[in-house]
Design a binder for this molecule. Structure first.
Ligand SMILES: *Cc1c(COP(=O)(O)O)cnc(C)c1O
Length: 397
């Protein structure tokens, strides 16, 4: 592949060399099935439990609270379905969430609504944040679960998780957070942040795809999600993805250890990029500027289509995204930007650039040269822009 500037790290990341190396032994030498009773199997079992302990240490929980899954989507599905169904057995059929969760959460909740659950979708402020107080006001005696994402995958806003967790704990309501964008990028501590259930995914922090974790607090019952063997203490059948788990443990260790230095470096480049892009007339930054992931930039440019912008940037070697990876390709504006209160016309013109510690100042300066050119070109051929400029339509930004 020719040289590209990859600024879509919220969709997935390149693996770290350390994580790739950590996986190697499990393809051939240590290939045993952890359920086998012989030496080769038992050795694999020891390795597996070692990785579980390493990951637990990074989340500040016990190894017995870590369940391996096939990724973030599965962890979200299992956490939410389990808490909902167990709640309903005690007559609790109400769930609280926000309007801008990932589809792994929203689609699971939609299905539960069809099964008779009632879901309250909290509005998100225009800065992409909800408050613990707002969560508190919608809790009811029959609330089984609150699920609020740690950091948003499109606009990068970081919610007040510890406060929301405290509100839930005081009310005796299970609190789940989708921390797929947060883990490895900002400090996550399930005890200090009052989290009962948490989902993470390795490929968002330089680990392999197809492996993740569901943390479930001790004493909180968890329903079996995949039926079959007794793996994951009977909660998730299937021979463990030992190589993937090894890569995830290594990637998480590296991410957490490098976090102080790398988040500072990445945030400085992010700020350079935001400041530069805001010089484009009729542009706006989506999501709170302060409570924001170090690597996230999400902008709207009035009068253009995000998809056209993406394609022209791609032709210049810049990989970006508009909306989330799962929805781009459809022409619907992002549900996240609509939840922030942006009008449809504006939400269509969004651009998400997500940085990694491999992003350089030269990359950012190249993007700052290309985006204004492309936006200018698209506006020059846009009938909507003409109407805006001649005053036939009102500028919304
Ligand atoms: C990527 C992502 C997921 C899905 O994780 P997978 O491992 O790809 O299934 C869930 N939630 C958020 C916020 C994400 O960014």
């Amino acid at each position: 592949m020719e040289k590209v500037i990859y600024l879509d790290n919220a969709a997935t990341t390149a693996m770290s060399d350390g994580a790739i190396a950590a996986m190697q032994p499990y393809f051939k030498g240590l290939y045993g099935n952890p359920s086998s009773l012989h030496t080769v199997g038992q050795r694999a079992k020891e390795e597996l439990e070692g990785f579980r302990a390493r990951i637990a240490r990074r989340l500040n929980c016990d190894a017995g609270e870590v369940y391996f899954t096939s990724g973030g989507s599965e962890a979200d599905n299992q956490a939410i379905r389990s808490a909902a169904i167990l709640g309903s057995r005690k007559g609790k059929k109400h769930i609280v969430t926000t309007a801008f969760e990932h589809h792994a959460v929203l689609h699971t909740l939609k299905k539960l609504e069809k099964e008779g659950f009632e879901v309250t979708y909290l509005d998100v402020h225009s800065n992409g944040l909800v408050t613990a107080e707002e969560v508190k006001t919608v809790l009811r005696p029959d609330t089984a679960l609150v699920t609020v994402m740690f950091a948003n995958n499109e606009v990068g806003t970081i919610q007040p998780i510890a406060e929301i967790g405290a509100v839930c704990r005081a009310a005796g309501v299970v609190f789940h957070t989708d921390a797929v964008q947060a883990a490895g990028h900002v400090p996550v501590d399930v005890r200090a942040q009052n989290i009962d259930m948490l989902s993470l995914s390795a490929h968002k922090f330089k680990g392999p795809k197809g492996v993740g974790v569901l943390y479930c607090k001790k004493g909180l019952p968890l329903l079996t999600f995949v039926e079959g063997g007794a793996q994951e203490r009977g909660k998730r059948a299937g021979t463990e993805n030992l190589a993937g788990i090894a890569g995830m443990a290594e990637a998480l260790d590296e991410a957490v250890e490098n976090m102080p230095a790398s988040s500072q470096k990445i945030a400085a480049l992010r700020d350079r990029l935001i400041d530069g892009l805001l010089k484009i007339p009729h542009s706006r930054l989506n999501g709170d500027r302060q409570s924001r992931l170090p690597g996230n930039v999400n902008m709207c440019f009035e009068g253009i289509e995000g998809e056209s912008l993406l394609l022209l940037l791609d032709a210049k070697g810049i990989c970006a995204s508009s909306g989330s990876a799962c929805t781009s390709g459809s022409l619907d504006p992002s549900h996240v930007l609509l939840a922030l209160g942006l009008p449809h016309e504006v939400a269509h013109g969004s651009l998400r650039l997500t940085l990694s510690d491999e992003t350089t100042k030269e990359d950012i300066d190249y993007v700052l040269k290309c985006v204004p050119e492309v936006v200018g070109y698209l506006r020059s051929i846009s009938p909507v822009w003409e109407d805006l400029e001649t005053g036939k339509r009102q500028h919304l930004i």
